[in-house]
Design a binder for this molecule. Sequence first.
Ligand code: DGP
Ligand code: NA
Ligand code: NA
Length: 213
Amino acid sequence: IEGNNKDYRGALIVLEGLDRSGKSSQCSRLVSYLEGQGLPSELWRFPDRTTSVGQMISAYLTNASQLDDHTIHLLFSANRWEKRSLMEAKLKSGITLIVDRYSYSGVAFSSAKGLDIEWCKAPEIGLLAPDLVAYLDISPDKAAERGGYGGERYEKLEFQKKVAEHYKVLHDSSWKVVDACQPIEDVEKQLQEIVLACVTECRKGRPLSSLWS
Ligand code: DGP
Ligand code: NA
Ligand code: NA
């Protein structure tokens, strides 16, 4: 990728939301859409379970291992840090990244367990700030009705209710809230509009910045 910098950059776009909010399928649809528009893009996700840190996270989520709440928090953060330089290189080479969860999941899930929010935010400082965070908004009860909670550690209604509360305090100017209870095609259309606007703005030279800004 080095030496391959374009005169425009890709956009860093994050989808956030509760489990079963539809993030993963909307992320794939967005990448197909952008590719169809001739805009190079890639689908990323956190946690990235393929790295050695990611394997520790996966073991924790599937209850194959137990870890202290602070320890797992820092592992999730480390998992984002280990991808930071590649992320920056991809963006500078003109590729838009559609990212399924990011630092906001990190803070919302850990602070929902009772950890101090400023402590939770600290290890995320210096990661790339998204150009857009699309929050797929669904009530915890509706999400649970969709069924198919996979039985991982956090996939329980009571805990998801706490996570929803903690997501609320993280909204900032980069957030757009999308009603995830609309028909899937309507969610898709709405996302396409806000994502295309964001990609266009980044191509025009919107500077990259760092968390938390
Ligand atoms: P997913 O692969 O998107 O289903 O995410 C796995 C689970 O991990 C999901 O319940 C959300 C949670 N999660 C994602 N990122 C973080 C994080 O940074 N910290 C914590 N504590 N949980 C996270
Ligand atoms: Na999940
Ligand atoms: Na998902």
